[in-house]
Design a protein around this ligand. Structure first.
Ligand SMILES: [Mg+2]
Length: 256
């Protein structure tokens, strides 16, 4: 049956039916042939109808980068490198940049190149003020309304993530909170980090979506079959990024 005949038949039965049929066809076409990433923000809902598991990064994702929380952590990380390796600030900054490029995070570099004990490091670098964070009722409502399982997965530690969630008014909305300690200290963007956390969290990537501010950390989720959302003020064009969200609460609210 060609398209003209079936559309005509649908119109004959119910004039609105033709529009519904057209919309279903357009949706099917979009899913089969999605537009180039990042998608237009107007119609993300249809791309998430299969999603029952929602994975959120923490820093600069569940709060806006303007809170500049990471600035405080950066200072603590540099201090820790200076103290642990007995180097000055310039050398510590150079090393941290090298660790970030070669190993993904400062912690991974310190563990691999200097056999650092990760737990005291995680406590020290996350000992920061939450004064710049505000409760976010629209985001809380949007997360609460999502159907299915919701988790947080951060390269920070889980206790730190719980403090951030409390300061944002997001406590109790997630089924679980995972930190780098749950990935055997392997950091995102490494695939083995995601494998470990998703095994613990019982995440099925093909039924899941990942929300992240760092584009690197969406590569593995995309490979695994997840829907990927880059959460940031500005979009980044990349094949592994399906959607861009500059307003996470608004983006999520449009999905339900
Ligand atoms: Mg982040």
């Amino acid at each position: 049956m060609d398209q003209t005949i079936s559309t005509a038949r649908a119109t004959a039965i119910n004039p609105d039916g033709a529009n519904a049929l057209k919309t279903r066809r357009q949706n099917a076409l979009l899913i089969a042939n999605p537009p180039p990433a990042p998608y237009c923000k107007a119609m993300p809902k249809q791309f998430f109808s299969h999603v029952t598991q929602w994975v959120f990064d923490l820093d600069n994702t569940l709060y806006h980068p303007s809170a500049r929380l990471f600035d405080q952590i950066e200072v603590k990380m540099t201090d820790y490198v200076m103290k642990t390796l007995g180097v000055g600030k310039a050398e510590a900054d150079r090393l941290r940049s090298h660790y970030w490029r070669e190993h993904g995070t400062t912690l991974a570099g310190l563990m691999r190149e200097h056999d650092l004990d990760p737990d005291p490091y995680l406590v020290a670098v996350h000992d920061i003020s939450m004064d710049h964070l505000e409760k976010d009722a629209p985001l809380a409502a949007a997360i609460r309304n999502l159907p299915g399982k919701k988790i947080v997965y951060t390269n920070g530690s889980a206790p730190y993530a719980e403090r951030v969630l409390a300061a944002r008014g997001l406590s109790g909305l997630f089924d679980d909170v995972y930190g780098v300690e749950h990935a055997d200290y392997f950091p995102k963007p490494e695939r083995r980090a995601f494998d470990r956390v998703f095994a613990r969290a019982d995440v099925t990537p093909r039924q899941a979506a990942m929300f992240e501010d760092d584009p690197r950390n969406l590569t593995a989720p995309h490979e695994m079959g997840m829907r990927t959302v880059h959460v940031a003020p500005e979009p980044v064009r990349a094949d592994h990024i399906h959607h861009h969200a500059d307003d996470l609460a608004g983006f999520l609210a449009a999905l339900t």
